[in-house]
Design a protein around this ligand. Structure first.
Ligand code: BGC
Length: 755
């Protein structure tokens, strides 16, 4: 037996090395032969001269001198063909081997044409649209010299206290995987050597969205079963889609920080998943392993390299300590060479050795950036990201000649339209809501008043105003501002109040423990409703909010996230009915913070609540329901859709087979519109506790008024599989229930048996 194993091992390793040899790029191998250890280490160093967002304690110094000394592999926070060319010149003209730099950036939801925040884009459930936004983002960024994107961020987030929930697709691994794929395809296109495609980076590997208590950068502790079934799939989807690089996360995974976690970066990522690209740390995340308790800079840098990390972002632990670690036998030259090889291969794939100035075409920015078509897509994408949460008395859409009192601190505001992580966008180019409404409905008589500050708390204002004046506290007293808005409301036919979070109230390092609309605005909303005028709340936020009070008021609510550069136009398109909203929530909205974590794929428990009223010794709360305020997948339309009972093409399914579920859907309302038909699966009996239901399919369909369509969703063999207690990906025989409907509460079902 041992002999046989040895034989298999020999076969495997010879097979593997020849495979690797086959895949090695001769040009890169020749270059590596010429490189000194110092030059190789230089390639592992990623720096920023300060044009980006310094999110860590360290910033890069003497960047120019370091490039010229061959101590830099890549740069971020620099943009524009001229500046990029200048930096590239330092590498090409002043270093011995003339190895070109790679230029990175955080192009998270658009470059200069800022699209809605990713959580909003996800709410469109429209993969073609999401891919298109990524394509445009890549075209614009590459026109400005950038060829490496630190996106997509695919961290599953089930805790809206965590501000970075805004930056991803929400709570669901199935949807998150589809979006990860679409974004990688959009950024990378079909050929990375084209001048309008760029390397994508899937981040943050891994589990960053599960930071304890929703506090950013906090610890994560999670079972392998949960990881594999619920948190890892979107990273894997990006890798299967051919993503070029992976960024590690700040948190620990199984007690070891991701940037030094060999199981994560080598065993799983490379050996199990077959990832061939390069791994970059997050901003100083190597250095931060000192604070995590893993020793000094030399120790943590060696740990990171040995774990499988290739490039060190800003912290320069690699640059300053790897040589010493090599001399002391703590790392091997082969490891340094391997990391360097992966970075050179990425540069080769981009075509940089052929032409280091491929992305420095001074003609491109004027043509490719923020052009009319791109802005048009931003407007379309924003309208498609909006979620109609409530339409009281079918108040929406408004007539275009109505007399509107437009109220609220976000109603005539440019500084908060782009949303978090839009460092390359210019807030001043964004269309405020007031302007959009006026343009789309010139006959509407619109008056405007601010009505309230986003928050009256100067301390909060200080914290969120790091990148600009997001919360501006007015000189006028809150009473005076409110009175002004009430005067306008009383003279109007309808009130449109634009309320919610400032841009930097969500995003990185923006965790909140209270997810309600700030009190200053709540007071204003109450007073506006008390006028008796019909009220529309246009709600902006980077996360699910706790809006139990507002939802109970006689108001209509349109959730618009942070809509991006075309904010006002898109809001006007929807408010006046030029576009019928069809967005659906991709993260559950809790009743209160105490329900968190709350998501649609929770488990039944052994003592499930049997009724909505409190039952002693069942799994429930004394002071809140189990059900969320708004479920995953929820979103209304100006029209209504009627679903038939679903039908299934077979009641018995063999292993490996797929199964079709069909439903008839009819538009029974007064508007044309789109509906996202959703399919949820319950594996009734299995060897690890099953979720009550899991999203396993969706289709977005357009139906004219009165139109009926047959929608078929296919469950593929893999959709029935899960990772069992041995982490094998299996499907187990038995009964399955399939729910099809308008959101995750869909009640109609069919069943089948897997043989
Ligand atoms: C963030 C990353 C980002 C990096 C570089 C970090 O703080 O976590 O998502 O890519 O900064 O800007």
């Amino acid at each position: 037996m041992r002999k046989l194993n040895l034989f298999v091992a020999v076969l495997f390793f010879t097979g593997l090395s020849s495979l690797q040899a086959q895949e090695n790029i001769p040009f890169v191998e020749e270059l590596l032969q010429k490189m000194t250890v110092e030059e190789k280490i230089g390639q592992l160093n990623l720096v920023t001269p300060g044009g980006g967002v310094a999110t860590g304690a360290v910033v890069s110094e003497n960047v120019e001198a370091k490039i010229k000394a061959g101590q830099v592999g890549g740069l971020f926070g620099v943009a524009g063909p001229e500046k990029i060319k200048m930096a590239q010149d330092f590498a090409i003209n002043d270093t011995r081997l003339k190895i070109p730099l790679v230029f990175g950036s955080d192009v998270i939801h658009g470059y200069k044409t800022t699209f809605p925040i990713p959580l909003g884009l996800a709410a469109s459930w429209d993969m073609a649209l999401i891919e298109k936004t990524a394509r445009i983002a890549a075209t614009e960024a590459t026109a400005d010299g950038i060829n490496w994107n630190f996106s997509p961020m695919v961290d599953i987030a089930r805790d809206p206290r965590w501000g970075r929930i805004s930056e991803g697709a929400g709570e669901d691994p199935y949807l998150g995987s589809a979006i990860a794929k679409a974004m990688v395809k959009g950024y990378q296109g079909s050929d990375l050597s084209l001048p309008n495609t760029m390397l994508a980076t899937v981040k943050h590997m891994a589990l960053y969205g599960a930071s304890e208590g929703g506090r950013d950068y906090n610890s994560v502790d999670m079972s392998r079963i949960k990881m594999f079934n619920e948190y890892l799939p979107p990273y894997k989807a990006a890798i299967d889609a051919g993503v070029s690089s992976v960024m590690t996360s700040f948190n620990d995974v199984d007690g070891i920080p991701a940037s030094g976690n060999k199981w994560l970066l080598t065993d799983l990522l490379r050996e199990q998943w077959g990832f061939k690209g390069f791994v970059v740390s997050d901003y100083t995340s190597v250095n931060e392993m000192i604070a995590h308790g893993f020793g000094d800079l030399q120790a943590v840098s060696a740990l990171a390299l040995n774990a499988g990390l290739d490039m060190d972002m800003v912290g320069e632990g690699f640059l300053t300590t790897l040589k010493k670690s090599l001399e002391e036998g703590k790392v091997s030259e082969e490891q340094i060479t391997q990391a360097c090889r992966r970075i050179l291969e990425a540069k080769y794939t981009l075509g940089l050795f052929e032409d280091p100035y491929r992305y420095s075409d001074p003609q491109r920015p004027a043509k490719d950036i923020l052009n009319i078509e791109n802005r048009k897509l931003a407007r379309t994408a924003a309208a498609r990201s909006f979620v109609l949460l409530k339409n009281h008395n079918e108040l929406l859409p408004l007539k275009k000649d109505v007399k509107i009192a437009l109220i609220g601190p976000l109603a005539n505001n440019k500084n908060n339209m782009l949303g978090t992580w839009a460092p390359t966008g210019d807030p001043q180019l964004s269309v405020p809501i007031l302007e959009g409404l006026q343009k789309v409905a010139p006959a509407a008589r619109i008056t405007y008043a601010k009505g309230a500050n986003i928050s009256d708390d100067p301390e909060l204002a200080k914290k969120v105003n790091v990148f600009g004046p997001r919360i501006e506290i007015d000189d006028r007293s809150p009473e005076k501002m409110l009175q002004e808005s009430l005067d306008l409301a009383n003279k109007s036919e309808v009130v449109v109040a634009v309320v919610g979070e400032a841009t930097e109230m969500s995003g990185e390092a923006a965790s909140r423990t209270d997810l309600s609309i700030p009190e200053s605005q709540k007071k204003m909303i109450r007073a506006l409703v008390a006028t008796g005028k019909p009220v529309v709340l246009v709600l902006m936020s980077g996360r699910p909010l706790t809006i139990e009070e507002e939802l109970a008021l006689p108001v209509s609510i349109l959730q618009v996230w942070h809509p991006g550069v075309e904010a006002g136009n898109a809001v006007a398109d929807v408010v006046f009915g030029d576009y019928n909203p069809a967005g659906k929530l991709t993260a559950t909205w809790p009743v209160n913070v105490g329900q968190i974590p709350i998501y649609h794929s929770m488990k039944n428990t052994g003592r499930p609540a049997t009724s909505e009223t409190f039952q002693k010794f069942q799994s429930n709360y004394l002071d809140a329901p189990n059900a969320p305020l708004l479920p995953f997948g929820y979103g209304l339309s100006y029209t209504q859709f009627e679903y038939s009972e679903p039908s299934i093409n077979k009641k018995e399914v063999a292993q490996g087979e797929s199964v079709d579920i069909t439903v008839t859907i009819k538009n029974i309302g007064n508007y044309h519109g789109e509906e996202t038909v959703q399919l949820y699966l319950r594996d009734v009996v299995r060897s690890i506790t099953p979720p009550m239901r899991e999203l396993k399919g969706f289709k977005k369909v357009y139906l004219k008024k009165g139109e009926t369509k047959l929608v078929t969703l296919t469950l593929h063999a893999d959709d029935l599989k899960f990772y069992d207690s041995q982490l094998n990906f299996v499907s187990e025989p038995g009964e399955f229930e399939v729910f099809v409907g308008t959101d995750s509460n869909a009640a109609t079902k069919v069943t089948f048996t897997l043989k």
